[in-house]
Design a protein around this ligand. Structure first.
Ligand code: C5P
Length: 426
């Protein structure tokens, strides 16, 4: 997966910089082309000679070479790369990246980078745990950068804790998995519904629920990162999309979401219905604000909204996959299985409000995925980003060809081709 990939390796001034040599070697052994960009402090820990010998390329550190004035273009490096990895990343570099302080070649390269960026922090445990470091990492994540969490163990400060740069082999595996997944949904189109819907009562009031849209947005990013073109139909939420392959359609009511979903579902391979659609809407909308009449109660008459999942289940074609979500408060598994059947879904992702950390507005979720045959797979509490990966791993392995299967077929066809060529030669 790394063969032929162009990787910019950013190295900063941490004792873990010595591991960058092993990282270089491992990447090159896998067939990647590596361009090192090192900060002035990084050079105090590992010499550019070691790195240029390993990568067979001059190491870039300054904006130009002092003796002959050769200009190093951070913009060109940003355009050249398939991926940028900053390992080790110190607290200082993380802070500069998060705040756009472009005072060295590595940061300018980062700011010009067109390719995905991975960051492997390395620092003392207290520096890592400090709110400013954590806030900077959160900021970098919100820009779409991926953090390779440091490991827990023995640190250069002689203390023990979380802060050790992840081992080179593990970092290489993370990058391989990234490139593997990047092609998994190439040429697939995915429709995702997310967030709540607003059902208007009058110009200032509406009926809705606590949905934040976080799960649906995490799924949209995950699908786009795996190469899919994503149509994200979302109710009103305070979230931004990051990946350029996500086309966002903002709607307000269940009726609007229904129309948008019906219009786009036929052109997609997969529908993932994550929205918490209001089941009912007021029968009458009042053009003017309803006035309070003292002492009198107010009765709102409600009428059912369309069931988007059910409508899509009815028009679903043989080659399309439809996934629903079920947030339950009781009798969870039987309720979810019943919904899966009624709505003609291929999978239903169940979460229960009884599980701490699962459900509305949380950054975490605890799910069970049930397939059309009734097989259920339970997952532990995870971040919504990880949950999105679990959902996509499960549905792609079952419904699309798995990566392993794809590889096996590819190697088989290569062997056949080789045999064919051999026979021709003979
Ligand atoms: O509301 P309920 O528990 O039935 O939701 C289960 C699934 O159906 C979810 O995937 C939800 O997005 C979808 N749904 C829908 N339209 C509705 C109600 C629910 O698409 N009106």
């Amino acid at each position: 997966m790394l063969a032929g990939k162009k990787i910019v390796l950013g190295i900063t001034g941490s004792i873990a910089a010595y591991k960058a040599a092993c990282l270089c070697r491992a990447l090159i052994k896998k067939g990647a082309e590596v361009q090192v960009v090192i900060t002035p402090a990084g050079k105090e820990f590992i010499t550019p000679v070691t790195l240029s010998a390993l990568t067979q390329k001059p190491v870039v550190s300054a904006f130009f070479t002092a003796n002959d004035g050769t200009w190093h273009s951070h913009v060109d490096i940003g355009l050249w790369a398939d991926l940028m990895l900053i390992a080790p990343a110190t607290a200082a570099t993380i802070g500069k990246m998060a705040n756009g302080i472009a005072d060295n070649m590595l940061i300018t390269t980062y700011l010009s980078m067109k390719a995905p960026v991975f960051i492997a922090p390395a620092m003392d445990l207290d520096m890592y745990a400090h709110p400013s470091t954590q806030q900077n990492l959160e900021k970098l994540k919100s820009y779409g950068n991926q953090i390779i969490e440091p490991a827990t163990g023995f640190l250069a400060s002689a203390l023990e804790g979380k802060g050790r740069m992840e081992e080179p082999d593990t970092i290489v595996k993370v990058l391989e998995t990234f490139f593997e997944k990047k092609v998994q949904l190439t040429q697939k189109k995915v429709l995702i519904t997310a967030g709540p819907t607003y059902e208007k009562i009058d110009p200032v009031r509406y009926i809705s629920n606590y949905s934040s849209g976080k799960m649906g947005f995490a799924l949209a990013e995950e699908c786009a990162a795996r190469g899919a073109e994503v149509i994200l139909i979302t109710g009103p939420v305070r979230l931004e999309t990051i990946h350029p392959n996500i086309k966002r359609i903002n709607v307000e009511s269940a009726e609007e979401m229904h129309q948008a979903a019906l219009a786009h579902f036929p052109e997609t391979d997969t529908g993932i219905l994550c929205a918490a659609v209001a089941d009912y809407k007021p029968v009458h909308y009042s053009e003017n604000k309803l006035k309070r009449k003292s002492g009198e109660s107010l009765t709102l008459e409600l009428t059912p909204n369309p069931d988007i999942a059910k409508s899509l289940g009815e028009i679903k074609k043989e080659n399309q996959v439809l996934v629903g979500f079920a947030l339950e408060t009781d009798n969870e598994l039987p309720n979810a299985k019943e919904k899966l059947q009624k709505k003609n879904l291929d999978f239903i992702v169940l979460n229960s409000l009884r599980d701490a950390g699962a459900g509305f507005r949380e950054d975490t979720n605890k799910i069970t995925i049930i397939d059309a045959e009734g097989n259920a797979k339970a997952f532990p509490l995870k971040s919504k980003k990880e949950v999105a990966a679990d959902v996509m791993d499960t549905i792609t392995t079952v419904r699309y060809m798995s990566i392993e299967e794809g590889r096996r077929l590819f190697h088989e066809s290569m062997k056949q081709l080789e045999n064919c060529l051999k026979q021709n030669d003979e």
